[in-house]
Design a protein around this ligand. Sequence first.
Ligand SMILES: [Cu+2]
Length: 448
Amino acid sequence: MRIDFVNGIDQPSIVNWHGLHVPADMMGLPRYQIMPGARYRYEFTVDDRAGTCWYHAMAAGHTPEQVYFGLAGLIYIHDEEEAALSLPRGEYDRSIVIQDRDWGVDNTLHYVAGSGPAASRVALPAALGPSGMMGGGMMGDGGEGRGTSGMMMHMMGFFGREIFINGRPSAPLEVATHVYRWRVLNASNARTYKLAWQDGLPLTVIATDGGLLARPVQKDAVMLTPGQRVELWVDFSHDALGGERILVSRAFTGSMGEMGRMMKDMMGGSMMNIPTLPDGAEFPLFSARVTRRVEEHVELPKRLSTMVRLREQDAVNRAHPRRFRVTMGHMQWGFNGRSFEMDRVAPDEIVKRGTTEIWEFENNHMMAHAIHVHGLQFQVLERSGCASTSDVADGYVDTGWLDTVLIMPNETVKLILRFRDFTGTYAYQCHMLEHAAAGLMRDYRVRA
Ligand SMILES: [Cu+2]
C-alpha cells in the first residue's frame, strides 16, 4: 500500500491502521502525528489474513473527538483462503458500523470534550466541586474550558444517547431474501454492546477482529467492545417480504458498576455527560426490513479457515507471564501505575522479536476496559474472575484472532501474542478512547 495522508483539519493528527501488522513507523501512533497542512506517506505490505480491520485518527489529546466527529473507516482484506469459500459477496457483504452520539441544541453532533471550545461548562453540584470527590488537585491540570463534566467523561468515557449505524441515526437497513455477511464494527468511543436479535434467535458468528473463525459458532448474544469487529452470517432467505428483524443491545451488568451509579445518584442523571442511556442498558440498535425477493441460496460453510492456535508451552515467559494491572490515580488511568508518556518505554515493556509471550491484563476496577495491542493479532488463553460467571461471559467470542479484548470489572484475561518480525515501538491501550486519553495507553518495544 502507498497512502498519502494529508492533514486537512486544524489539529495535529495521524491515521492508525487498527489491526494491521505493519512496521512501527507505519502504525500511525501519536508520535508520528503531523501538523495541519502537512503530509505523511505510508508504505507497507499487507500480509494479514482476510478480515475486517479499520483505521481511525490518533493525536495526542485529540483522538476521542477526532474519531467522534468522523475520522474512522473500514479496511477489508481478502485472501485466497477466503476466496475459495462461498461467502456472500457484493451487495450481500455489508458493513455495520455502530456508534453512539449526542445531538447539540443546534442539531450538530455534540461532544463533551475534555478541552477546547467544545468543552461543556456545567454548574458543579456541591458534592463534585473543588472540595468534593472529583475536586481538589484534579481540577488544576485541565487548562482552558475543562469542567468537571469533561473530567468525569475522561474517567468514564463518552456515552451518547442515540445510536448511529454507518453514520446515520435510526435508519432501517433494507435487505433482500438472501444471506448476508455483516461486518460489524464497534467504532463507539466507550460504549460496549451486547448484540442479539430481539426475537431471541441465535447469532451466527463467522469472524472476529483478525478474520474468519475455524468454523461458525452460534451465540445467543455477542459482546462487542470499542475497537472490536465481529462478522455475522445473517440469513433472510426464508423471511417474508415486508418482514422486519431488530438487532438490539441486551442488558448486561457490571460495566459501569458502582462508579456509574454513584455519579448518577449525585448528579441526578439528567445533566450533560451523565448517560441517560447507561452502559449496559437494553436498547434497539437498528432494524433490517425485507424489501426485495431474490431466489438464490448460499450454504453456510462448515469450515471457514485454518486457525493456528498459539501454544502456551511455546511462550518464553510461560512461567512468569507479563502482568498489566489497570490502575487509577490522580484522575489518570494507567497500566501498573504508569500513564501514557510519549517516547517512553519501561524495562518491563520490552519484548524480543521472534518470541511468543503471555500477557495478563487484570482489571480490579469498577469499569470495564477494552484492551487493544497494536501491530498484531493475539489469542485468548483463559479468563478468570467474576465476569466469567456473569451474563457477559456467554457473549465472548474468544476462539478467534483478536486485537481488542473486553475485560470486565474484577476480571483477568490471559493473552498469547507472537512478535513475529518487525522491531520498533508499538502501543497497547484501552480502546475506550477517553480512557486512553486519560492515560490508559503505553508503548511497548520489540527489540532485535
Ligand atoms: Cu478503559
